[in-house]
Design a binder for this molecule. Structure first.
Ligand SMILES: NC(=O)c1ccc[n+]([C@@H]2O[C@H](COP(=O)([O-])OP(=O)(O)OC[C@H]3O[C@@H](n4cnc5c(N)ncnc54)[C@H](O)[C@@H]3O)[C@@H](O)[C@H]2O)c1
Length: 176
C-alpha cells in the first residue's frame, strides 16, 4: 500500500514512515521542513513543500496515482507559541488543512488519518485526562485540533472521504 504522510519529516510522521516500511508498505513524504528534519527522510520518497500548495500536490499525485491512504501529521505543535501567535496557528493548522483536504478529495482520496491530540480533553482535578474526559480545548493549539476534527467529521458526512482522528496522548521513544 502506498501512503502519503504529510509532516513525514517530523517526530511522529517519520516514525509512522518507518513502521510502514517495516510492514512492507511505501510511504511518500510531504513536508515543508518548518520543524521537520531532512535527514529523517533520507532514502525515502520525499517532496519538500507545503500541504496547501496545489502545485506540489498535483506533482505528487501525478507521480504516485496509486496513493491509497493519507496520514496527516503536518502541524505546528507548541502550545505557548500558539497563545502568542494564534493567527499563524489557525492558518497553518486549520486553514491549510482545509485546502489540503479539498485537494485530496479532488484527487479521489477516500482514507485519511488525522493526527489529533489528547490536548483537546479538559484535565480533571488531578490534571489527568483519559478518553472519557470532556472535550474542551484549553489552548489555541488544542482548539486547532478540535476544529479540524469537527471540520473533518462534516466533510466525511458529505463526501466519500473516510476519516479517523487519532488523539495521541504522550508518544515517547526513538527509532534506533
Ligand atoms: N508529539 C506529540 O506528543 C503529539 C501529541 C499529540 C498530537 N501530536 C500531533 O502529531 C502531529 C505530529 O507531531 P510531531 O510531534 O511529530 O511534530 P513535529 O513538529 O516533529 O512534526 C510536524 C511536521 O509537520 C511539518 N509541517 C508543519 N506544517 C506543515 C505544512 N504546512 N506543510 C508541510 N509540512 C508541514 C513540519 O515541518 C514537521 O516535520 C501533529 O499534528 C501534532 O499535533 C503530537
Amino acid at each position: 500500500m502506498k501512503v502519503l504522510i504529510a509532516g513525514g519529516a517530523g517526530f511522529i510522521g517519520s516514525t509512522v514512515a518507518s513502521y510502514l516500511l517495516d510492514s512492507g508498505h511505501e510511504p511518500v513524504i510531504l513536508d515543508n521542513l518548518a520543524t521537520g528534519r531532512r535527514e529523517f527522510c533520507q532514502g525515502r520518497t520525499f517532496y519538500e513543500g507545503d500541504i496547501a500548495d496545489p502545485a506540489i500536490l498535483d506533482q505528487i499525485f501525478a507521480e504516485h496515482p496509486d496513493i491509497d491512504t493519507v496520514v496527516h501529521c503536518a502541524a505546528l505543535i507548541v502550545v505557548p507559541e500558539s497563545v502568542q501567535h494564534p493567527v499563524h496557528y489557525y492558518r497553518e493548522n486549520v486553514a491549510k488543512t482545509l485546502e489540503f483536504v479539498d485537494h485530496l478529495i479532488a484527487k479521489g482520496v477516500t482514507r485519511l488519518v488525522f493526527s489529533s491530540s489528547a490536548a483537546i480533553y479538559e484535565p480533571g482535578a488531578d490534571f489527568s485526562v483519559d478518553e472519557d474526559s470532556t472535550v474542551t480545548a484549553i489552548s489555541p493549539y488544542a482548539r486547532t485540533k478540535a476544529i479540524v476534527e469537527q471540520m473533518l467529521a462534516d466533510i466525511a458526512a458529505a463526501t466519500p472521504l473516510r476519516v479517523l482522528s487519532l488523539r495521541y496522548f504522550n508518544p515517547i521513544g526513538a527509532d534506533p
